[in-house]
Ligand binder design. Sequence first.
Ligand SMILES: NC(=O)c1ccc[n+]([C@@H]2O[C@H](COP(=O)([O-])OP(=O)(O)OC[C@H]3O[C@@H](n4cnc5c(N)ncnc54)[C@H](O)[C@@H]3O)[C@@H](O)[C@H]2O)c1
Length: 435
Amino acid sequence: MRVSVIGLGKLGLCTAVCIASKGHTVIGVDNNESIITSLKNRNCPIRENGLRKLLDKSIDNMSFTLDFNEAILDTDVTLIIVPTPSGANGAFLNDCVTSALKAIAPALAQKKDFHVIDVVSTVMPGSAQKEFIPLLEDATNKKCGVDFGFVYNPEFIALGSVIRDFLNPDLVLIGASDEKSGETVKNLYESFVESMPEFAIMTPVNAEIAKLALNCYVTMKITYANELARLCEAIEGADVDVVTSALGADTRIGKRCLKGGLGFAGPCFPRDNTAFQKLAADAGVELFLPAQVVKANDFLVDYLFNIATRRVAKGATLALLGFAYKPGTHITECSQSLMLMERFLEAGYRVSAHDPTAEIKIEPRYTHSVTIYTDPMKAVTSAAATLLLVPWPIYCTMDWKAVWKELTHTIYFFDCWRIVKNVAHDKVKYWAFGG
Ligand SMILES: NC(=O)c1ccc[n+]([C@@H]2O[C@H](COP(=O)([O-])OP(=O)(O)OC[C@H]3O[C@@H](n4cnc5c(N)ncnc54)[C@H](O)[C@@H]3O)[C@@H](O)[C@H]2O)c1
């Protein structure tokens, strides 16, 4: 199949490369000239695990252009994967999607063959029917479902494992304007997936709701485990990992996303609950769960701040380990570690910071109070207390006994993921969240 991908960012470039890697011809389009130039020069403008290697392998099946016409005329399906940032009221903004649709409309108007427009970006339910399809029909003077097809086909990937997730989905969600368009996108996926996904083909509005509902459900599950961690924390002898492993064994619940610890973050999850509430409010429905999930998630920052500051005196140095919003990625968007760092700095603490890959951004007014370490052992031994905030493999495999040996003073060690465990050292006052 000949596929064009509009928007070559964190998700779009991985998608384009994965599809090309399975033998399809892919034309990548972006309105950012530097991205196109970089790719034409065989450079990889996005950091994502495995992307560089797969791009090198697939690049002969790919071309890159700023020209939307060429991309539409020379392909059968166009995937639109442009940003949909959250507006002030919590709804996703469609401006980049509509701008891309306007840019492709002239070529779509003159195209003789049936062409499928597949919007992948996360959008507010109702966008396809109320905004995207009318826009395309007006601009092309063609009928959707007859002269061209429209599909809403969001992805369920996590940064750090985009390629694996894209090629191995559990679910392929296809909200199609008509049967032919739905089948076209299904055939495309069947040609490259390495898993046996469930294909859920439905109307665009149901797919739009399902995307948001699924993400919000996952955040609710994560939050449930985190709430259990707080509960176990308060009960003598309780261990959240023992409790969640029993819950996860029940197939109605399942094991994934059920590890009590710090809250969810990143570019997608935090804004999905807000958008879900906005969707419900606009529909005149009061939903109780999304607001509580956001509240419980935000509360974890306060909770940990209080745990640490009740024990460690103001002015002391706190080592914070892990700033990426989760292991495996350098992205720090909405990271609770960044929020905690800011709270500690505001309260008069100093910070020794470490992350294996993330760039730790510090406000200019606090630069004198933060030291960034490349060696986590040095961050820990320089501080009065350590907060292990992200379960990066490097922290899981570290020789902690060797770290304790280097200590010249007694420290607190707040282990949010129960990684170090069984610490028996007179210089370490150990606290495990939920354990
Ligand atoms: N990143 C994720 O983890 C993830 C997961 C699931 C869904 N999504 C959704 O996918 C969409 C894209 O996210 P992303 O993280 O890849 O964004 P991104 O910011 O990394 O990349 C977007 C790309 O689109 C380009 N672009 C913007 N407007 C354009 C236009 N009008 N025409 C052509 N190109 C344009 C930008 O230059 C950029 O290269 C969003 O709706 C997001 O919510 C992202």
